[in-house]
Design a protein around this ligand. Structure first.
Ligand code: NAP
Length: 337
């Protein structure tokens, strides 16, 4: 479909900022939702485009939260909903993570139906954890992806650890969105994007001041010392620039309507992060642990996550792990105070 103005929630986020840059580059106008005018002003200063503006919506989970923002922009024809808590240290799982994610999603969709019926496409940033638990996604034999759901219950997400809260927030927010479409018959069609772990450089160096959870995980490699164990992190990855492009492809391609698109480039182990940094940033070669440098066929025998919708519809030529990690670490080192 053609669209000239795109509204994006969570505009300050790691992935959202790349989506904004790519949208502007493609000629779209962008309205970004932020939580405060100081955040909006800071973002506008980075974005530096007369085709970008922002709207303040402080609290996602308040009923009608997006009514005014959307009523002020009748020119918007696409809504990308990325805003959701990405925190692994909530004080209260339900209050801090589950309710903003789930009710925030329901409010966005209700506002669109009520005050912005001209919006024809809604893209929801879900997550691979909506399709399987962290443990399942880490399991070489796990079969799932675009057709599966994380088995977690709402009660487990409320009473479990921070990971359980995040898993539940993504699963139940995405399910709430599909339920809304089924029951409310809105004029828009929905596409859910399910990224795996998203890494890579920030859209703006100001983002380096407070890294989001996943880029911090990679940045932590620079703190490792010779005798430290290699962190036992193993999963699937996608570059943030590819994850952003997927959100745009999802509304540009009509065939993505009504589908879940799981975006993944491949598997990684934290050993790969260490190997890449030791190879490409020789000043760290002596400081970092060696571990067991990974061979070429490290992931032979692993089941590929089910991503056929994304592969067929988006046709992204995914960025490989060496470039993802090198670009992120180089940006950090180049901008160290
Ligand atoms: P991020 O940089 O932490 O961005 C999160 C965005 O959501 C920010 O704009 C943040 O606003 C907003 N937000 C967080 N909690 C909120 C709340 N309670 N009320 C209102 N707004 C809130 O994280 P990200 O990695 O870009 O994540 C963006 C989306 O991608 C999320 O939906 C996340 O679940 C999904 N995702 C991320 C990954 C990954 O590996 N990073 C993987 C799969 C899916 P402030 O800046 O004001 O805090």
């Amino acid at each position: 479909m053609t669209a000239s103005t795109v509204f994006i929630s969570g505009a300050t986020g790691f992935i959202a900022q790349h989506i904004i840059l790519q949208l502007l580059k493609k000629g779209y106008n962008v309205v970004g939702q932020v939580r405060s005018s100081s955040k909006g002003d800071a973002l506008a200063k980075d974005v530096k485009s007369s085709r970008f503006s922002y709207e303040v919506v402080e609290v996602l989970e308040k009923e009608g939260a997006f009514d005014n923002a959307l009523a002020s922009h009748p020119e918007v024809s696409v809504f990308i909903h990325t805003a959701s808590p990405v925190t692994f240290s909530p004080e209260d799982n339900e209050r801090d993570v589950l309710i903003p994610a789930i009710n925030g999603t329901k409010n966005v969709l209700a506002s669109i139906k009520k005050v912005a019926p001209q919006i024809k496409r809604v893209i929801l940033t879900s997550s691979a954890v909506a399709s399987g638990s962290f443990a399942e996604l880490q399991d070489p034999k796990f079969i799932g992806g675009e057709d599966s759901w994380n088995p977690i219950t709402y009660e487990q997400a409320v009473s479990g650890d921070a990971v359980a809260a995040y898993e539940g927030s993504k699963k139940f927010a995405e399910q709430a969105a599909w339920d809304f479409v089924k029951k409310e018959h809105p004029k828009f069609s929905l596409t859910a994007i399910l990224p795996v772990y998203v890494f890579g450089p920030q859209a703006f160096v100001s983002g380096l001041k407070s890294l989001n959870e996943t880029t911090q995980l990679i940045a932590n490699v620079l703190q490792l010392k010779k005798d430290d164990p290699i962190p036992p992190v193993e999963n699937s990855y996608v570059d943030v620039r590819d994850a952003a492009a997927a959100h745009i492809g999802a509304f540009e391609k009509d065939s993505a309507a009504g589908k879940r698109l799981l975006v993944t480039s491949g598997r990684f182990h934290y050993q790969n992060v260490v190997d890449i940094v030791r190879e490409n940033f020789p000043q760290y070669a002596d400081q970092l642990p060696i571990g067991t440098p990974a061979g070429k066929n490290q992931f032979a025998g692993y089941t590929k996550l089910e991503d056929s919708n994304a592969t067929q519809i988006l046709g992204i030529d995914y960025i490989g792990f060496k470039k993802v990690i090198s670009d992120e670490i180089k940006q950090i080192l180049d901008n160290q105070a």
